[in-house]
Design a protein around this ligand. Structure first.
Ligand SMILES: [Zn+2]
Length: 279
């Protein structure tokens, strides 16, 4: 299949080779004990992946937390580093254990240490997802196991190495680190309790939000690392059919900026008080 014959030119800039696993936006000086990470907004869809998928690019993009990196970009000016994945979540999901893999998806044997029995694997949403959205199968055939493992080595590991090092550096400088793990969610459907979905869902490691390896793994309050997952409804800022930001984008951006500025000021204040008390 020839890519250019099927996709519109507007889609062309999102289909490209992944040159780098992530973009790290560093403030001139990190002035707050905060790290922001955006694991699901990556929009560099490898051409071979799109060509081989049963789904159109637009369907694949339904699992993208589209533009969340842009919504949170302002936190860099507020003094916090921001790490954003470049690869799409449909290709590889860093908000999973490194090897939550479904053996039925692969040609060849998975390593013995792979976690093939997690709920997330059963639901089609392992480290290499089988589905997007409401059970739309991504692949028509099996993936060579080496290819799956290469995705983990070349994308998953560098992303987590960068995140870990940001957290450790922040903890080293400030004595504590607050990780903000930023996401968005489709507006349609009901939550597990049957209620209409909220505009914003907050999750910590005991939260009920779907997924959550990042907050589970890095959030260790006893050792001074606090992780908070924020999930905004996509209807607030984008047209979920055309995948373009709408008029609400700027308003949400302002709300996020104001909320983050206030949180950062409070956290820095508490940190100062705590330091004074410790002296
Ligand atoms: Zn997400």
């Amino acid at each position: 299949m020839i890519f250019s014959s099927r996709q519109s030119s507007a889609d062309a800039d999102v289909v490209a080779d992944i040159e780098t696993p992530f973009t790290l936006h560093q403030p001139a000086l990190q002035v707050v004990p905060v790290v922001v990470d955006v694991p699901h907004a990556g929009r560099r869809y490898p051409r071979g992946f799109v060509d081989r998928s049963r789904l159109s690019l637009r369907s694949l993009r339904r699992s993208e937390d589209a533009f969340v990196d842009r919504l949170f970009a302002q936190t860099v000016a507020l003094g916090a580093p921001l790490l954003a994945a470049e690869f799409p979540r449909a290709f590889l999901d860093v908000n999973r254990e490194p090897y939550e893999l479904d053996p039925r998806m692969f040609d060849g044997r998975l390593p013995a240490f792979a976690n093939t029995r997690s709920m997330r694997v059963a639901g089609g949403l392992g480290t290499i997802p089988r589905i997007v959205g409401d059970a739309h199968e991504i692949y028509s055939g099996r993936i060579p196991v080496e290819e799956g493992l290469t995705r983990i080595d070349t994308l998953y590991r560098p992303y987590h190495a960068a995140l870990r090092s940001l957290i450790l550096r922040t903890q080293g400088s400030f004595g504590t680190c607050i990780l903000i793990d930023a996401h968005s969610m489709p507006s349609s459907g009901l939550d597990r309790d049957g209620a209409a979905k909220a505009d914003l869902v907050l999750g910590d490691r005991f939260g009920t939000s779907a997924g959550g390896f990042i907050t589970e793994h890095y959030g260790t309050p006893a050792s001074g690392v606090h992780a908070l997952q924020l999930e905004f409804s996509r209807a607030l800022y984008m047209d979920e059919t055309t995948l373009t930001p709408h008029a609400g984008f700027a308003a949400l951006e302002r709300v996020i900026g104001a909320a983050m500025a206030e949180c950062f000021a409070r956290w820095s204040g508490w940190l100062d008080e705590w330091r004074e008390a410790a002296e």
